[in-house]
Design a protein around this ligand. Structure first.
Ligand SMILES: NC(=O)c1ccc[n+]([C@@H]2O[C@H](COP(=O)([O-])OP(=O)(O)OC[C@H]3O[C@@H](n4cnc5c(N)ncnc54)[C@H](OP(=O)(O)O)[C@@H]3O)[C@@H](O)[C@H]2O)c1
Length: 328
């Protein structure tokens, strides 16, 4: 029986970053269908702040974190595709990636190819598979598509932008402030709007000769939701996939008619990677995009795991760009 103990971040109540507590926990042997994984890098995602604050309620007490890479230490019964020593990564529940060692359902694990490093996997798996399904499945972006991408200098934004461009889209991005706008241009935006200082709806309308964009990728939520609808062409698609500024308003179906017979979807990664086949397709497409130089893990922040409160504070205060890792 393993006697491994490991640092793990837990919350006992929902709230601001100070509810995050480091504790030592014992980690036992995996049950059937589980593996024990020693993390080498942990991905920081905006959704972690929703779980912490209670915007997305979780039973308490709870671990936190949905994405990490590491090495398999032990394999439970009934698993034939993983062995001790394999490098893996995962993106999705059950919560608890903010730790050094954990038990994980093997069904969530993706075996890492030799040319995909642990840091890259932990920085990209969740955000990159999200970018993949948003651009390929939620809407099939192709040459000639005009897209609007909010928070284009952020984690998901830094991947959506170059991938949309590689697919042949005209990419209009938004970002907060001149430095983030410069970065969004570096990621591949054809045009960037500083939405802290300009009205992005007016700008998008002007830049599309009044026509609007084919699809709006909106992860900002409350502050941009209605504006994003106003940026769409007739019968365009609104993809509301996040709430960085708070939950978007409730929507009367009639508003979609009034603004041009619009489509609205609110997708989540879990519904695009629910089966092994879907997970392998999404992760395989991501790894191919990394190999093909389409995407880069622009890791701009690295925090020791015990500094997770600072990481959450900086992410929520819009102080980060690109992707962020917690180092166990
Ligand atoms: N549905 C899905 O499948 C899925 C999967 C992954 C991520 N997401 C969502 O995608 C979004 C991005 O996630 P991420 O981890 O890559 O985070 P991120 O984009 O690195 O950080 C969030 C960014 O949102 C922008 N923002 C605008 N208003 C804000 C406000 N009031 N408070 C805080 N930030 C604000 C900021 O960029 P500026 O300063 O440039 O405005 C900030 O840097 C999140 O909403 C997340 O929930 C959804």
């Amino acid at each position: 029986m393993s006697r491994a103990t490991a640092t793990s971040i837990r919350i006992h109540r929902h709230g601001a970053a100070e509810v995050l507590q480091a504790i030592e926990v014992g980690v036992g042997e995996p049950d059937a269908g589980e593996i024990r994984v020693r993390h080498t890098a942990i991905g920081l995602n905006y959704i972690d702040t929703y779980h912490r604050s209670g915007l997305y309620p979780t039973p308490l007490p709870s671990g936190l974190g949905m994405e990490a890479a590491g090495v398999v230490e032990a394999v439970g019964a009934g698993i034939d595709f993983l062995a001790v020593g394999d490098r893996i990564a995962y993106a999705g529940g059950p919560l608890g990636a903010y730790c050094q060692v954990r038990l994980l359902p093997a069904a969530k694990a993706v075996k890492l190819p030799a040319d995909i490093g642990d840091d890259i996997a932990a920085a990209l798996l969740l955000k990159g598979m999200t970018a993949w399904y948003l651009l390929h499945q939620t809407f099939a972006v192709k040459p000639g598509t005009t897209v609007l991408i909010h928070a284009a200098a952020g984690g998901v934004g830094s991947l959506l932008v170059p991938w949309a461009r590689q697919l042949g889209a005209r990419v209009i991005g938004t970002a907060g402030g001149p430095e983030k706008c410069r970065l969004a241009r570096e990621y591949g935006c054809h045009e960037v709007i500083d939405y802290l200082n300009r009205d992005f709806v007016t700008e998008v309308r002007q830049r599309t000769d009044g026509a609007g964009v084919d699809v709006a990728y909106d992860s900002v939520g409350r502050d941009t939701f209605i504006g994003s609808l106003d940026c769409l062409r007739r019968r365009g698609l609104m993809v509301s996939f996040g709430n960085a500024s708070g939950k978007p308003p409730a929507v009367e179906p009639g508003i979609l008619a009034a603004k041009g017979s619009l489509y609205l979807t609110r997708p989540t990664l879990a519904d695009y990677t629910a089966t092994r086949e879907e997970l392998d397709t999404a992760s395989g497409a991501l790894f191919a995009a990394v190999r093909g130089d389409v995407l880069h893990a622009d890791i701009r922040q690295r925090y020791p795991l015990r500094d997770v409160a600072r990481a959450h504070t900086e992410l929520a205060a819009r102080m980060t760009c690109g992707t962020s890792l917690l180092i166990p």
